[in-house]
Design a protein around this ligand. Structure first.
Ligand code: MN
Length: 218
């Protein structure tokens, strides 16, 4: 009986959700005051929704790239626009100093589509195991590139001038895992024995890496 139930459940369940769940109403402006935890945020009373719930200002302003990697991500997601709740979409501006890098990272919940507004970028993503194939491309102003959901990717300013890109992301809350920060900068640290084995390094090198100041650019 239980097996039959599971079989029927498997037949009737969607195989996968490709992005945030589809909304069941026009909008669901996040009620940040609600003490209730749901997948996303509780809706505030739609009668109280206003234009400002769907508004953000300031994406014309460059992010501060004075940091070790020389890039800055300015995210515009549900944390900045409460009206994005349940809509499965968000935006980011990425500023690059000359030779600035948005280091290898993944978005656990979003595909990213990027357009270069100024400058030149070397971008790429790597497929999952076992191939780990790199798809890389040199981009110029006006060029667009896609980073599929969950895959490790990067953007590097290969030019002598600052660069600017805009990215659309297929989640109200894409999430970011910056690989180096997560692996070598976790709190508390991952055992150096584990990392030495994983990266085929001696423990001293791992300890040195773990002692670096791992700062997120987003
Ligand atoms: Mn990204």
């Amino acid at each position: 009986m239980a097996a039959l139930f599971l079989f029927l459940l498997a037949l009737t369940s969607p195989l996968a959700l490709a992005s945030d769940p589809s909304p069941l109403q026009d909008f669901c402006v996040a009620d940040e005051m609600s003490p209730v935890f749901v997948n996303g945020f509780v809706c505030k009373d739609p009668k109280l929704a206003a234009a400002d719930d769907f508004f953000f200002s300031g994406l014309d302003k460059p992010g501060n790239t004075m940091n070790p990697v020389g890039s800055k991500v300015t995210a515009v997601n549900v944390a900045q626009i409460a009206g994005l709740n349940t809509l499965g979409i968000s935006l980011a501006r990425i500023d690059f100093a000359p030779n600035g890098l948005n280091p290898p990272h993944t978005h656990p919940r979003a595909t990213e589509i990027l357009v270069v507004l100024e400058g030149v970028l070397l971008v790429g993503f790597v497929t999952s195991n076992p191939d780990n194939k790199l798809f890389a491309k040199a981009l110029n102003k006006g060029d667009v590139f896609v980073f599929p959901e969950g895959l490790i990717h990067f953007q590097f300013n290969s030019g002598a001038m600052p660069a600017v890109a805009l990215s659309g992301l297929s989640s109200q809350n894409p999430g970011v895992i910056t690989i180096a920060n997560a692996v070598f900068g976790s709190k508390p640290p991952i055992s150096d024995e584990v990392l030495a084995k994983a990266f085929q390094l001696d423990k001293k090198t791992v300890d040195w890496l773990q002692a670096q100041f791992w700062m997120s650019n987003s």
